[in-house]
Write a protein that binds this ligand. Structure first.
Ligand code: BGC
Length: 516
């Protein structure tokens, strides 16, 4: 096994050009694709804790909830596979669509995939808002999932390809900022809609997804495709004009030549889905699987999806539950903004490791706090104010730790380490694995809480230890390295270097480009 400390790849490369307003606004529009994912992540937990919604679509859960007494086991009050399937079905659909989206992204460009995603999501939102029966609800969720899969497949790649490499971290993290903003807005809306007289507020919560859907759908009409995608599809002149605009200079030859060279190398690969399993892509394949799975095994979505349910289980009232989840939503959003200022400065490794330690400590505190009050019987008696504050505080610090490390980096890192020839396929693996684990955590959570009780938090804390060791040992720093010259980070790494062949066209290119 390789040693832990990795010298930063530190490319000596400098492309001329600056950070232009054109690149900024283009990335803001594209990043709005994260809103659809975030809105959905944030809305379902609140909706599934609204009684009129439960009564209409999940009467058995509703009956169980209203019949439970404060002295009963609170850990198990929401344990219903049907209810969790409402939340998690979307992620299965997203998984399927991200696989299809890989081909659309490669053949028709990143922009087309975003547009299609926005449209499907908007239709799904309408179906959900007007749902009369459970079938409409599920079909709507599936369309929403198709939209999310397409957006998550294309937006991170789009941002990383558009960005000048020195600002890639900051611009890519806009995706996480919009995801978390979506979560926060959804929590806020749930809080107010839950109060609507007549109990139809859930329709506004679910139907409100039309707004982010339309933003990305209409917004993508204003976008050009990325230079990399234009070159990949033979539009060299268009790529040159675009590059001049987004870099704000006339002479873009150096960057353009590198992109053309990368594109030529990528043409040698005819079957990205087969080739990605070749030995030379082992580092990328490893990270495209482990980064998303570990991101979900932090346990973050237990809080994102089920914060209201969790707080309610802990004896907080209806309002207090939604309010506390709004606070955690705000924390995660602010943390993403902090990350966009720090990822290019301190590097990805530092954030991964610092975030891991912070999450671990908070999980330990939550375990002790919940074990002390709820024990194994799940009957806490009265919860004093100081106790509630402690738990909410620990959750906020935990969520902030995730919010500036594994959250944004889980999307940034995969989008910057794949060479062009396998980029679309590898990004689909990244999204699918993320969705499988999002699905699994969402589906298993209420049952795990019911059976593992406070042990649930111990489980996630152990996962955080494993993933931090993984990063420490195996992840080389990617900050400041041009995306098409990334081979160099593997070549410089004591463990991964054996997978890079000196004759590899990507490595040759990195050498000529001055990164070696
Ligand atoms: C993750 C989501 C998570 C969100 C919360 C994203 O990066 O992929 O699963 O809910 O961050 O901030």
């Amino acid at each position: 096994m390789a040693g832990g400390v990795i010298a930063p790849a530190g490319s000596g490369k400098e492309y001329p050009g600056s950070f232009t307003s054109k690149v900024f606004f283009t990335c803001v529009i594209a990043a709005s694709g994260g809103l659809i994912f975030g809105y959905d992540l944030g809305i379902s937990g609140g909706v599934t804790s609204m009684n009129p919604f439960l009564e209409k679509f999940f009467p058995d859960v509703y009956n169980k909830e209203i019949s439970i007494k404060p002295s009963d086991d609170q850990y198990c009050k929401f344990d219903s596979q049907k209810l969790t399937f409402f939340t998690s079905s979307l992620y299965l659909a997203a998984l399927l669509s991200s696989l299809v989206a890989s081909t659309v992204t490669r053949l028709f460009g990143r922009k087309m995939t975003m547009m299609t995603g926005g449209l499907l999501f908007t239709i799904g939102a309408l179906l959900n808002g007007f749902a009369q029966n459970i079938e409409m609800l599920y079909i709507g969720r599936i369309l929403l999932g198709f939209g999310v899969g397409a957006a998550n497949q294309s937006v991170p790649i789009y941002l990383s390809e558009m960005a000048p490499f020195r600002y890639r971290g900051a611009l890519n993290i806009m995706f996480q900022i919009t995801i978390t903003f979506g979560i926060f807005v959804a929590n806020l809306l749930n809080y107010f809609f839950a109060k609507i007289e007549g109990g139809w507020g859930w329709r506004l919560s679910l139907g409100g997804a039309v707004v982010p859907g339309l933003i990305i759908f209409l917004g993508s009409f204003c976008l050009s495709d990325t230079p990399n995608s234009l070159i990949e599809r033979g539009e060299l002149d268009e790529a040159r004009v675009l590059l001049k605009k987004i870099r704000g200079i006339d002479n873009v030859d150096e960057e353009l030549n590198d992109l053309v060279e990368a594109s030529e190398a990528s043409r040698l690969v005819k079957h990205p889905w087969r080739d990605i399993f070749r030995r030379k892509y082992r580092p990328q394949l490893t990270f495209s699987i482990f980064i998303p799975s570990f991101q979900q095994l932090t346990g973050v979505n237990v809080f994102v999806f089920y914060a209201p349910v969790l707080f309610k289980s802990m004896g907080f009232g209806d309002n207090a539950s939604l309010m506390s989840s709004m606070i955690t939503g705000l924390c995660i959003c602010i943390a993403a903004v902090i990350s966009s200022f720090t990822a290019d400065k301190f590097g990805r490794r530092t954030l991964f490791l610092q975030g891991g330690i912070q999450m671990f400590i908070c999980q330990a505190v939550m375990t002790v706090a919940i074990a002390a009050k709820f024990g194994t019987s799940g009957n806490p008696g009265d919860l004093p104010m100081w106790y509630s504050i402690l738990v909410v505080l620990a959750m906020c610090i935990y969520i902030a730790g995730f919010g500036w490390s594994w959250g944004p980096l889980g999307w940034l890192v995969p989008s910057e380490i794949f060479p062009l020839e396998i980029r679309s396929a590898a990004q689909s693996i990244n999204v699918s694995v993320n969705m499988i684990f999002t699905f699994a955590v969402a589906q298993a959570f209420t049952a795990m809480l019911c059976h593992l009780k406070f042990g649930l938090f111990i489980f996630f804390a152990c996962c955080v230890v494993v993933m931090s060791v993984f990063i420490y040992k195996l992840f080389p720093e990617t900050k400041g390295v041009p995306i098409e010259e990334m081979t160099i980070i593997w070549k410089n790494h004591p463990y991964w270097r054996k997978f890079v062949n000196d004759e590899d066209p990507n490595y040759e290119m990195a050498k000529r480009g001055g990164s070696v």
